[in-house]
Design a protein around this ligand. Structure first.
Ligand code: TZP
Ligand code: MG
Length: 230
């Protein structure tokens, strides 16, 4: 099953409060809102610290913000939290709850994203009804060091080609080590003649930026314009 509404995955922000530059006037919410003002099109709440009550509170507050921008909020791993706040969906990894169970719990209208590092994982997720794939890790990144595979742009391109050949039109983003200096090159190098990436997912280049709005605007512009080097 594919989600009936085509989501704009161009610039997909994954949160990590521990990376953000926080201060008296700057918390997770202000950083995300600045990024939304800069043009972020999807937000995933991915907070690896704090308990469930805190996570629900964060998700609820963040959903109030993302709704004002008409941007979907997805929750990393936690189907229960997504259900509790009524946000637009979840993102699950290969070791999280299986897709069929997530779909059963969330119903047909919510967005379910799945991480894929290999062609097999990608095909399986597409067959089982993922709405989009987070493909990576493209480049090694200090943000997540326990990643199974660094697949490079060539690995992303191979996955795109193989899922297109299998007839899937599942949307796709790549993740891992993307920033404003390399985004155009990565986007260009990941491109398969059979299937283009729909966007890029980014943690530190936005969360840790001194000016999340400016960097988001720049990233969005770079993704949606012709590469300067092509
Ligand atoms: N999954 C694969 S890499 C990664 C995740 C969540 C982290 C990417 O972080 P960054 O800072 O954008 O490199
Ligand atoms: Mg996970």
């Amino acid at each position: 099953m594919t989600h009936p509404i085509k989501i704009d995955y161009t610039l997909y922000l994954v949160t990590d409060s521990t990376l953000a530059i926080l201060g008296p006037d700057r918390d997770l919410y202000t950083v995300v809102e600045q990024a939304l003002r800069g043009g972020v099109t999807v937000v995933q709440l991915r907070e690896k610290t704090g308990d469930t009550a805190e996570l629900v509170a964060k998700a609820r507050k963040l959903h109030g913000i993302t709704k004002r921008y008409g941007v979907p909020l997805l929750i990393n791993d936690r189907v229960d939290v997504a259900l509790a706040v009524g946000c637009e969906g979840v993102h699950v990894g290969q070791d999280d709850m299986d897709l069929a169970t997530v779909r059963k719990l969330l119903g047909p209208d919510k967005i379910i994203g799945v991480t894929a590092s290999t062609v097999d994982e990608a095909l399986r997720a597409c067959e089982r009804g993922a709405d989009y794939l987070g493909i990576g890790t493209v480049y090694a990144t200090p943000t997540k060091t326990n990643t199974k595979e660094i697949i490079g742009a060539a690995g992303v391109r191979e996955i795109l080609t193989k899922i297109a050949e299998a007839g899937h039109n599942t949307q796709t983003v790549c993740i891992g080590g993307v920033n404003e200096l390399n985004v155009q090159r990565i986007f260009h190098q990941c491109h398969s003649p059979k299937k283009a990436l729909d966007g890029v997912a980014i943690v530190s280049a936005i969360m840790a930026a001194p000016d999340p709005e400016a960097v988001s605007k720049k990233l969005h512009g770079l993704i949606t314009s012709e590469p300067a080097f092509a």
